[in-house]
Each structure stands twice: as structure tokens, then as C-alpha cells.
Design a protein around this ligand. Structure first.
Ligand SMILES: [Mn+2]
Length: 320
């Protein structure tokens, strides 16, 4: 890893026009990680752009320093692209591969699509990998950069609650606070700016919760109609599945959301089930405890549920 960090930094030093990219429908880690390098590369005199194909970007992340610099127009004449938190090239929403690509990620399912691939599945967030890279190369982390890396760490660890959280995560957090990240500010920005429409949507979604596999599996549904009635937006659905997992008996929670192109499934597990297996089966990906996929051109919730029940029964190990 140390060698890769050095190799990547050499490449960054050589490059002039750099674009920082992250996956479609970015989360805090994707945007936080990509934005964390923006002030640093600017300071180095680089021509830096931050690209994400998604429009609009999730509003709850609008406090990230340089959020307004993120563009959905891919710059031309790029000599180096760095991708963050993205498991496969097609999730970047970019047609053509750049002359050189550094792929920084922590998804175990990463397809190593870069010219340099820095993938650490043990890292709690991609931003943790970025942090290690900066440290290894003796790069100074300014306040804006620290805020981005810290936010990414908070969002990808469920506020320091997941199994990925170890001593190193807290050490990183402590160093970031030392560099100027403000935990109370980040927490207020992330968790105290809720939308009424989201709470109204939660109420409707919770009404659909269905338990099976001896209570170990919970399904929750979000239909287009619910979204319309409550005025909710897609961002409002982000954490529903996490709160359903909180039911005492539940090992795996699964949200089904009606999208334009099919049914999006979001899976979360609590203790032992590997939900990435199920997501990969349906063309998606993710982590052991959090994964997702879209069942394309399928709009029948019950059909998808019955199909998933068979897969989930396996991973929660319930005998018939
Ligand atoms: Mn991540």
C-alpha cells in the first residue's frame, strides 16, 4: 500500500490537468473524498476540476467545502483522472477512459479498472484511504480538506457505529479534528437539517414493513406514489433501510424502491449476513453489511420480494 501511495502521488505531481470523479448518486464518502483533494491540488498549482454525473447532487452534503465546484460537465484535455469510492468504471457515468486513471476505493467488489488501483477493503471509508495517502506523502491537510475527509468517515461508518470502526478510525478522526474539522458542525449539518417530507415518507414506508424468515429479514417498500404524496425526493429514502434494520430480531433489512428503470433494492445486515452476495447476483455491488442493486424493467414488488426471500433465507441461515 505504501508503495502505491507513493506511486500515485508521483503521478499527481507530474500531472497538470486533473479531474476528481466519484460514483453516480454520490454519498458522503464519494463527494467528501473527491472534494478533499480539491484544495490540496489547487495549492499545488494544478488545474483541478471535480466531476459527478448526478444532477442534482444530494442537498444534505451542500456544506462540504467547495461543494459548488462540483460540475456535471466532464472537462476536456484531462491528463489525470482520480476516481473515489467507485467499484466499477461504468458507475462514473463517463464514456471514455482518460489517459491515466488512479482508482481509490474500499469496495471489495472493485474491478481494478484504473492504471493505479488503491483498494483497501479493510478501510472504513475511501476517505480513510485518501488520508493514508496524504500522510504517507507528507502532505499538509488544511481545514477544508479535513472537513471533507471527516464527513466521509462519519457517513460511511454510520457515525462511528459499524464493524469497520477500529482504533485507526478514531486516530484518523482525532488527527482531522486537529487539522480543523469540527465534529459538532458536521453532525449538525448532517443530522439536524431533516426535511419534513422525509419524515412523512418514513411514516408511509414504515407502514409497509414485513418480516419473514423468523423475523430475521425485514422488507420495506417505497413507491412512486408515496414519494409524490409526501413530496419526498430520492435523497429522502437514503436511511430508511438502516432504521428498519434496527428492529431487534432483524439481521437483514431490504428496501425496495420503485424507480423509472425498475426496482432498486438496498440491503443492510447487522451481525453476520453477507448482503453483497445477493446484490452482486442482481448486477449490483457493495459491502458485506451494505449493498444494493437495481432489478431492471421489473416493477412488481411482490415478485421481487419472493425472489429475494429465497436468497436472503440462505444468508440468514434459516432452515425450512
Ligand atoms: Mn465508501
Amino acid at each position: 500500500m505504501q508503495e502505491l501511495f507513493k506511486k500515485a502521488w508521483e503521478k499527481i505531481k507530474e500531472a497538470k490537468n486533473i479531474v476528481l470523479v466519484s460514483h453516480i448518486n454520490p454519498d458522503g464518502d464519494a463527494l467528501g473524498s473527491s472534494l478533499s483533494l480539491y484544495p490540496i491540488l489547487k495549492r499545488m498549482g494544478k488545474n483541478v476540476k471535480v466531476f459527478n454525473v448526478t444532477k442534482p447532487l444530494p442537498q444534505y452534503l451542500d456544506f462540504l467545502p467547495n461543494f459548488d465546484k462540483v460540475t456535471d460537465k466532464l472537462p476536456k484535455n484531462v491528463d489525470l483522472m482520480i476516481s473515489f469510492d467507485c467499484g466499477s468504471f461504468d458507475r462514473l457515468g463517463i464514456d471514455e477512459k482518460p489517459p491515466f486513471l488512479i482508482n481509490i476505493d474500499h469496495h471489495i467488489s472493485n474491478t481494478n479498472y484504473g492504471d493505479i488501483n488503491i483498494i483497501d477493503p479493510k478501510a472504513a471509508s475511501t476517505s480513510q484511504v485518501v488520508f493514508e495517502m496524504l500522510k504517507t506523502n507528507g502532505v499538509e491537510i488544511d481545514e477544508d480538506s479535513a472537513t471533507c475527509i471527516y464527513t466521509a468517515l462519519v457517513t460511511d461508518t454510520g457515525s462511528f457505529q459499524y464493524e469497520s470502526v477500529n482504533e485507526k478510525v478514531f486516530q484518523t478522526a482525532a488527527e482531522l479534528v486537529k487539522c480543523g474539522a469540527k465534529p459538532d458542525f458536521v453532525a449538525k449539518m448532517l443530522f439536524q437539517r431533516d426535511r419534513l417530507s422525509r419524515l412523512r415518507l418514513l411514516a408511509k414506508a414504515y407502514d409497509t414493513i414485513e418480516l419473514c424468515c423468523e423475523g430475521k429479514v425485514a422488507f420495506v417498500e417505497v413507491t412512486k406514489e408515496m414519494m409524490e404524496i409526501t413530496g419526498a425526493i430520492k435523497d429522502d429514502t437514503d436511511t430508511i433501510v438502516n432504521s428498519v434494520r434496527a428492529i431487534a430480531s432483524v439481521e437483514v433489512a431490504c428496501m425496495l424502491r420503485e424507480d423509472d428503470d425498475g426496482i432498486k433494492i438496498s440491503l443492510r445486515s447487522k451481525n453476520y449476513a453477507d448482503v453483497s452476495k445477493v446484490a452482486v447476483k442482481y448486477g449490483g455491488g457493495g459491502h458485506i453489511r451494505a449493498a444494493g442493486a437495481t432489478i431492471k424493467d421489473e416493477f412488481d414488488f411482490n415478485k421481487v420480494k419472493n425472489m429475494l426471500k429465497e436468497d436472503l433465507k440462505e444468508i440468514v441461515k434459516v432452515e425450512e
